[in-house]
Design a binder for this molecule. Structure first.
Ligand code: FES
Ligand code: FES
Length: 204
């Protein structure tokens, strides 16, 4: 049986969490700010720029996860809890893993966002997740609902720390919930992605 990161194996000596759990900016404050000074919001997603008129195309209270999925069609990220508790909505925000359900779209103005659709198909992390099937660890995905979030956090981890220890991998992914319980396989996949990348000279 795979062991859940969130129970016994979870490392309690957290250093810097990779998924930023920023709390939502008060909506009223943002609405005032948005109507006072921001009519157009530009989002940079996966290398493309998108413009939204606040009040017409989007409202100041729309989350980044909602806009990415429902307005732009980046449905790779999932919205499960919608309150920062499961990691399914994780995207890269200026290279760091963030929970897009806790970020307002208007706050993303001028920042670089990468969703799982922005990664190449042969990305080493994606490949490692797909190939993971080792006896004793099992697969890194079953239903796959949680997988995009895990992959994006793994990307952020390996960008910052190309050769993480198993404990560092577990800590970096500890904010993610996998309903199928693939935790051991996920950690092993990230390890393999790191090893493969190192063997190729470190290009992630
Ligand atoms: S949907 Fe964002 S953390 Fe669960
Ligand atoms: S593979 Fe199903 S929730 Fe993780």
């Amino acid at each position: 049986m795979p062991t859940k990161f969130r129970s016994k194996t979870r490392v309690k000596t957290a250093k810097k969490p990779l998924v930023k759990k920023t709390s939502r900016t008060p909506v009223k404050k943002l609405m005032a700010a948005a109507s006072a000074q921001m009519e157009i919001v530009q989002l940079k997603v996966n290398g493309r720029s998108y413009e939204f008129k606040v009040g017409t195309d989007i409202t100041p209270s729309m989350t980044l996860s909602y806009v990415l999925r429902e307005k732009l069609g980046y449905t790779g990220l999932k919205v499960a809890c919608d309150e920062g508790a499961c990691g399914a909505c994780t995207v890269l925000f200026d290279g760091q893993a963030i929970l897009s359900c806790l970020k307002l779209a208007v706050e993303a103005q001028g920042h670089e966002i990468v969703t799982i659709e922005g990664l190449p198909q042969d990305d080493p992390v994606i490949t490692a997740f797909a190939e993971q099937c080792e006896p004793g660890y099992g697969t890194a995905l079953q239903c796959g609902f949680c997988t995009p979030g895990f992959v994006m956090s793994a990307k952020a981890l390996l960008n910052e720390k190309p050769r993480p220890t198993l404990d560092e991998i577990k800590e970096a992914l500890s904010g993610h919930i996998c309903r199928c319980g693939c935790y051991a396989g996920v950690a092993q996949a990230v390890r393999h992605a790191s090893e493969k990348t190192a063997a190729k000279g470190g290009e992630l």
